[in-house]
Design a protein around this ligand. Structure first.
Ligand code: DX5
Ligand code: ZN
Length: 221
């Protein structure tokens, strides 16, 4: 299975974002992971659709919009129009609103002609999103509590990765993208890949590295 590395631009210098995105593409990144935070679902505020719109013309890489926001359904059209290739939304943000909100939001993303995914926090069983697996192009398992880069990887998530991969196989989607986000390093990337994750988000591990291309290559294995 192809391993893809998704550097998180949360760890980038926002004043030189355009150059950074071009550099990430040259250095072997597979997706650009865009952490959208609203100051409510998570404490910090990062950026909205304008960032996606501005970096869109600068790279051919898919833009992976990770929406850490309340009421995600209200924002889907803006992010799709801005040029996101995949939008992921949090189970918890949806569940707060209604039992059907997650599925409705995923359907809305698909109706915009782009890929969709569901996200679970470390304390949410992956089984909670099994009902929407057939709808998802990707599932994202958080390996830290969302909000900040540079946190420590929570190893219990590895069991969830295994369960997610086994369930994807069971429903006839063995190649489904399973993304892991938070605390990924060159040291733990191997066990994460072996557990069955194939999309590795990396903020600090890419941006703190002296050699970006080497860091991406090492994460890929
Ligand atoms: C956390 C974000 C992550 C974060 C990862 O809320 O969703 O994408 O940027 O950063 P590192 O790799 O430093 O944990
Ligand atoms: Zn993220």
């Amino acid at each position: 299975m192809q391993i893809k590395i998704a550097p998180s631009i949360l760890s980038a210098d926002f004043s030189i974002m355009g150059e950074t995105v071009k550099k990430l593409e040259k250095c072997g990144a597979d997706l650009i992971h865009c952490d959208v935070m609203d100051g409510s679902f998570v404490e910090p505020i990062t950026f909205g659709g304008q960032m996606i719109k501005n970096i869109r013309p600068l790279t051919k890489l898919p833009l992976d919009a990770h929406l850490m926001i309340e009421h995600p359904k209200t924002q889907i059209k803006f992010f799709a129009d801005a040029g996101a290739d995949i939008i992921t939304v949090h189970y918890k943000a949806c569940k707060k609103i209604s039992d059907s909100y997650l599925e409705e939001t995923l359907q809305l993303i698909k109706s915009c002609g782009i890929k969709c995914g569901a996200v679970v926090n470390p304390d949410v069983p992956v089984e909670n999103i099994f009902p929407v697996f057939p709808l998802c192009d990707m599932v994202l398992l958080m390996s830290v509590y969302p909000g900040y880069g540079g946190q420590k990887f929570i190893p219990e998530v590895l069991e969830k990765v295994k369960k997610a991969r086994a369930y994807a196989v069971k429903i006839g989607r063995p190649d489904m993208d399973i993304e892991i986000d938070g605390g990924v390093t060159e040291e733990n990337a191997k066990i994460i890949r072996e557990a069955g994750a194939n999309v590795l988000v990396a903020g600090s591990a890419v941006f703190k590295a002296a050699d970006t291309a080497a860091a991406i290559a090492n994460l890929k294995g």
